[in-house]
Design a binder for this molecule. Structure first.
Ligand code: SAH
Length: 475
């Protein structure tokens, strides 16, 4: 290591910042966040610092730098735009053996400032040893997505129970296992979900009842994997995907989304395969219960949003009946993701004030839908699972009063490199769709908003990376 990473306690201690611009202001903010007493030395201040000086958050010495300005300080930061001044600050500080940082000038520094992820009391600091602050910032952004915002509250809870746990488990190995289980299990999830009191009670109980062997209770994460493109996962989805022991997934989950799950997790496919029948819904429900009862953290990963044509409700009803803890993570539903990537706004002040989502699944060759409601003017109708029923659908909408010229689109594998859009009218679309030989999944959008597509399309599918996305299974 080029540097020794340390965390300084500067609470209530004098810190000197030389320079009054926006860069200085950023450093001042860090010092103030850590409880430092900040003096800024500069002839002029930027507006942020000026305000802080006015309301007494910092002390301002209106002057150019002089060596005596460092007399009190325990730490020094130089952030002027004059390299000579910065150099002088560095020399004076070093002569006094004061730790000094000169912004963007490693040669004059005795310490460097990391990029920080603040989940106080948890702090993660990232440094590239001064070689690339941009890289450190990018890394920081990645870590931000992985560490839940409420992680600090978890540490606060742990602090509160530390003594009790120590008393209860004299063996340090047992203590470690206990805490590992807590930090990765339902109690941590209660904290992340904002249920602190419940978490506190549960932790008390866990300590009392855990004796020597800790029987872990499993849980189920019902997670929406979005419409196929892994960029569209939520932070929460990603976090749970990376912590689950078993992944139960079906057709709509694309390979790149599945790739984001923990490498060593078991993966169980429960969708339809050409030669195979799909696992029945009841069997899936039972499988989830069984896995959770074995103490596993089960990721039930579904395409889109689990509560929109995803039978998510049915799955968690069984869990609830079996007292298995679960949580639901919303995903971007096909209507939303696919329409965005196709350039079709679902509502628009001039064309559609409402939007309806329906399933176009055929039952005995027909569709049991409220056609009058669907044929209303000034709304957009989005049809899931409608490819086979497309001719029936278009016919019925016209029969119930929509103009035959109403614009309509069908989008194949939206948001992925295989995205394909076919647009037409209620009269022409069925034929055009057959000609285009679309592959599932496809989404149908009907309404005047579709006419905007030619103007608003922005996403160009990248056919080269199509292979990575290939939906290997039929939907
Ligand atoms: N829960 C899912 C929908 C499951 S029903 C969600 O919220 O999106 C399955 C149907 O979703 C498919 O038949 C298709 O109509 C639609 N769908 C899902 N992903 C899609 C995609 N990437 N492109 C087009 N349609 C998609």
């Amino acid at each position: 290591m080029e540097f020794l990473p340390v965390f300084f306690d500067i609470k209530g201690k004098p810190c000197a910042v030389i320079g009054g611009g926006v860069v200085a202001a950023r450093k001042v903010a860090m010092l103030l966040n850590s409880g430092g007493r900040v003096t800024v030395v500069a002839p002029d201040l930027c507006s942020t610092l000026k305000q802080q000086a006015e309301n007494g958050a910092i002390f301002h010495i209106q002057s150019r730098f002089a060596p005596e300005h460092l007399n009190e300080a325990i730490i020094v930061i130089a952030a002027t735009d004059d390299r000579e001044v910065n150099k002088q600050v560095s020399e004076v500080a070093k002569a006094h053996r004061l730790p000094v940082n000169v912004v963007d000038d490693p040669d004059f520094c005795s310490f460097i400032m990391p990029s920080v992820i603040d989940r106080s009391p948890v702090i993660v600091a990232v440094s590239t040893g001064g070689s690339s602050p941009v890289l450190a910032r990018l890394l920081r952004a990645r870590l931000e997505t992985l560490i839940p915002g409420s992680y600090g509250r978890l540490a606060t809870l742990a602090e509160k129970f530390r003594g009790k746990v120590k008393q209860h488990f004299s063996d340090s190995g047992q203590r470690r296992i206990f805490w590992e289980n807590i930090f990765q299990g339902p109690i941590a999830e209660m904290i992340f979900a904002g249920r602190e009191e419940q978490a506190s009670n549960a932790l008390s109980k866990a300590i009392e009842s855990s004796g020597k062997d800790i029987q872990l209770q499993g849980e189920v994460y019902l997670v929406g994997g979005g419409p196929g493109n892994p960029d569209l996962l939520t932070f929460r989805a990603l976090r749970l995907m990376q912590q689950a022991d078993v992944v139960v997934y079906d057709n709509l989950v694309t390979p790149p989304v599945l790739e984001m799950t923990r490498r060593d997790a078991d993966r169980i496919f429960v969708g339809k395969q050409r030669a195979n029948h799909a696992m029945r819904q009841e069997e899936i429900n039972e499988l989830l219960v069984k896995l959770a009862k074995e103490g596993k953290r089960v990721l039930r990963l579904k395409g889109g949003d689990p509560f929109i044509f995803g039978r998510g409700g049915e799955e968690i009803e069984t869990l609830s009946a079996n007292h298995i803890p679960f949580q639901v993570v919303p995903g971007i539903t096909a209507a939303s993701g696919v329409s965005s990537y196709a350039g079709i706004p679902l509502t628009h002040r001039d064309y559609a004030q409402a939007c309806v989502f329906v399933t176009g699944h055929l039952k005995d060759g027909s569709m049991d839908l409220d056609w009058e409601m669907l044929a209303r003017p000034n709304q957009t109708v989005v049809i899931y699972m409608g490819l086979l029923g497309l001719p029936v659908l278009c016919q019925q909408l016209v029969a119930h009063g929509l103009s035959p010229d109403t614009p309509a689109a069908i989008v194949q594998q939206g948001t992925t490199p295989s995205q394909k859009i076919v647009t037409g009218t209620l009269i022409t679309l069925p034929h055009l769709a057959t000609e285009a030989q679309l592959k599932p999944p496809t989404l149908i959008i009907v309404g005047k908003v579709v006419s905007l597509q030619s103007k608003l399309a922005w996403f160009t599918p990248d056919q080269e990376s199509e292979g990575n996305f290939a939906l290997t299974r039929n939907n």
